[in-house]
Design a protein around this ligand. Structure first.
Ligand SMILES: NC(=O)c1ccc[n+]([C@@H]2O[C@H](COP(=O)([O-])OP(=O)(O)OC[C@H]3O[C@@H](n4cnc5c(N)ncnc54)[C@H](OP(=O)(O)O)[C@@H]3O)[C@@H](O)[C@H]2O)c1
Length: 321
């Protein structure tokens, strides 16, 4: 998409976050020039970005918030592509969901797309979530969930699932925006993202493995956990950007595994951590298909590799002894 001999310039929102950091790393390693938006470029939690290979010449950080349209315009100006990754992902409930979750997810996405239109961006990859897919009581039991499945907004409201409500509204609006504008917009919906961290601060989804390894829970619900490696998510976002045939939304999930089976796997590799002692039966299975993404050439790594690299990363960053 760039002129011959010129490196392509893309913007990544929320560059310092868990998923975005891997995406920035891969983009830099492929020779892209990256504009990363962060809320505070001086914050220690973004320091890892400057240490990435090729960052000194090819990574530029822009201070902006998702609710700061002018700031987003400044970051996106001159870019041919945008990866909209930023969104609050809290580990639990928040006191003011409208302000803390819905507004940054929905108004934030609108602001990013308007800024992309203004800058005549060629393609936008929006990170949505399985939370915009699977939170519905209406999908037939036992039927595999794919891109046809949407979370039920009323159900999200009545169950006070504000994060999933925000992601659902934001993704629906993004795909509507694509229909009524020139902007080429695709969405990627990852399930629970696990794997090694590049950033120094803990993010919500990384708590899943950490709490199994060291939580020492007396009892845990034996839920079906849909998981995908963070590096495979970053690869999916790249594919979404680089493949010309990409269209619409893409579910991004590798394994659905019961918590007890995940613990067994962890135990077989690392017997000495403080694992949950008992499991209570949890209703419901989950069948997910990422076939549409796989048809683009997407591959995912073995769960054992994800686990090994995650434990190594937790040890290096001091989260695990
Ligand atoms: N991790 C998962 O399991 C998972 C699963 C499905 C989808 N996703 C999606 O993947 C994306 C990245 O998630 P993640 O796991 O990497 O989370 P993360 O590490 O918490 O990163 C979230 C990023 O969003 C930024 N952000 C939040 N609110 C913002 C605002 N108002 N303005 C500007 N930036 C803001 C954060 O910036 P600060 O550092 O300044 O707070 C941070 O860089 C999100 O869109 C999330 O919904 C994640």
């Amino acid at each position: 998409m760039a002129e011959a001999g010129e490196k392509e310039r893309v913007c990544v929102t929320g560059a310092g976050g868990y998923v975005a950091s891997w995406l920035v790393k891969f983009l830099l390693s492929k020779g892209y020039i990256v504009h990363g938006t962060v809320r505070d470029p001086c914050d220690e939690k973004n320091a890892h970005l400057k240490k990435l290979e090729n960052a000194s010449g090819n990574l530029q950080l822009f201070k902006t918030d998702l609710l700061d349209y002018e700031g987003l315009c400044a970051a996106i100006a001159g870019c041919t592509g945008v990866f909209h990754v930023a969104c609050p992902v809290p580990p639990g409930s928040v006191p003011n969901p409208e302000v803390q979750l819905i507004e940054p997810a929905v108004t934030g996405t609108r602001n990013v797309l308007n800024a992309c239109m203004k800058a005549k961006v060629k393609k936008v990859v929006v990170v949505s979530s399985l939370g915009a897919v699977a939170v519905t009581p209406n999908w037939p039991k036992d039927q595999v969930m794919d891109e046809e499945c949407w979370s039920d907004k009323d159900f999200c409201k009545t169950t006070e699932n504000w994060y999933c409500l925000g992601k659902t509204i934001a993704e629906q609006e993004a795909l509507e925006y694509a229909k009524r504008s020139e902007l080429n917009i695709v969405t990627v919906c990852p399930c629970i993202v696990i794997g090694p961290m590049l950033q120094s601060t803990m993010n919500a989804s990384s708590l899943l493995l950490l709490s199994l390894l060291k939580g020492g829970h007396e009892s845990m619900e034996d839920k079906a956990q849909p998981v995908v490696d963070v590096r495979d998510v970053a690869e999916a976002l790249l594919l979404g950007y680089e493949k010309p045939e990409v269209e619409g939304r893409y579910l991004c999930s590798s394994y659905v595994i019961r918590t007890s089976a995940l613990v067994e796997k962890l135990k077989s590799m690392y017997p000495d951590y403080n694992y949950p002692k008992n499991f209570t039966e949890a209703k419901g299975d989950m069948k997910l298909s990422s076939e549409k993404l796989q048809n683009l050439g997407w591959k995912y790594r073995a769960l054992e590799d994800t686990i090994a690299d995650t434990v190594k990363s937790y040890k290096e960053s001091g989260f695990l002894g």
